[in-house]
Design a protein around this ligand. Structure first.
Ligand code: ADP
Length: 315
């Protein structure tokens, strides 16, 4: 398959801050690639590098086989995290304005309908709710029917129904062959939309793969959460690891068929509980595990650097 979006060892610093420390990824034609990672991990900087709005200090970026600064803009759709269109245009006028920037563009009313705003076409941008504004911005990004779309947190601030509308829209885009790179803090969004997910931590991609493969590799074990004020020692007879977590006990590695045995132990011990929930690991577990590892590695690095500096001073 042809790589449509590529970053190879991309580095970018702002003063003392290392925003990207060697980020590499390759997105194939028609793929939806989800970038996840903690605040400050470098997601926006990477998207900006890939869309030509910031110059990497080092490394290469290619979109449709070209530098992002020379690639045909008509083939790209870019939704930045902060997008501030003129306030006193209606939603329809805004989309018509963006349509006018291209030789060929979609009908603004059809795009309004796609983003679930068919009834808000006459409303000034400034009078739309935060979520409706974001949806107009998504519409503006798609007005030129792009081949490659970069969406930096497309659904942040959008209510659950609006989010689903945008999800369906992105699924339709992907089904039509559009390549999509999106960033998100919503793991359900990444799991649902992305063919592959990349976790960016501390400026580089520390893991990439399909959501299923990442969960198998890094998600850890299943969890049976017992809502109880009891101490973990109440379940010490169990052959499963038990931890206290957020006012509940979490029993790990329990198969659904073994839940009954846990309930029997709770009853035998007279442990009062108000709820039981069993869950398989998901992308959120992957995120928490890998972000935690990266943070620990970063703290170790800072500690080592501080130690070396101190040793240097005393030498
Ligand atoms: P994310 O999108 O994952 O939250 P960013 O790419 O926005 O991360 O930021 C990565 C790091 O680079 C952060 O420490 C941020 O403060 C810093 N940074 C990003 N853009 C700039 C800028 N224009 N000037 C200075 N520092 C920046």
């Amino acid at each position: 398959m042809e790589a449509v979006v590529e970053a190879d060892d991309v580095r970018k610093t702002y003063g003392e801050t290392i925003a990207l420390s060697g980020a590499s990824l390759s997105v194939e034609s028609g793929e939806v690639f989800g970038l996840i990672g903690p605040n400050g991990a470098g997601k926006t900087t990477l998207v900006r590098a890939l869309t030509g709005t910031t110059d990497p200090d080092d490394g290469t970026v290619r979109v449709l086989g070209e530098s992002p600064t020379t690639v045909d803009r008509h083939r790209l759709g870019v939704l930045p995290q902060a997008f501030s269109p003129p306030d006193r245009l209606s939603a329809r006028e805004l989309l018509a304005y963006y349509a006018g920037l291209y030789d060929e563009a979609r009908d603004p009313d059809a795009v309004l309908a796609d983003v679930g705003l068919a009834d808000a076409g006459d409303t000034w941008y400034e009078n739309l709710s935060g979520g409706q504004k974001r949806r107009v911005c998504v519409g503006a990004t798609l007005i030129n029917d792009p081949d490659v779309c970069f969406l930096d947190e497309p659904t942040t601030g959008i209510d659950p129904a609006g989010r689903r509308t945008i999800w369906e829209l992105i699924e339709d885009l992907a089904a039509g062959g559009t390549t999509v790179v999106l960033t998100t803090h919503d793991m359900a969004e990444a799991e649902r939309l992305a063919d592959r997910v990349g976790l960016l931590a501390d400026g580089s991609l520390v893991a990439q793969g399909t959501p299923g493969a990442l969960v198998r590799e890094h998600g850890g074990s299943s969890r049976l959460t017992v809502e109880t004020s009891a101490d973990p020692s109440a379940l010490e007879d169990l052959a499963f690891p038990v931890d206290a977590c957020d006012g509940a006990l979490v029993v790990r590695d329990v198969d659904p068929a073994e839940i009954g045995a846990v309930v029997d132990v709770l009853d035998d011990r007279g442990v009062a509980y108000t709820g039981l929930t069993w869950a398989e690991p998901d992308l959120e577990d992957v995120y928490l595990a890998l972000a935690d590892d990266a943070e620990r590695a970063r703290t170790d690095r800072i500690g080592t650097a501080a130690g070396l500096a101190k040793a240097g001073e005393t030498a």
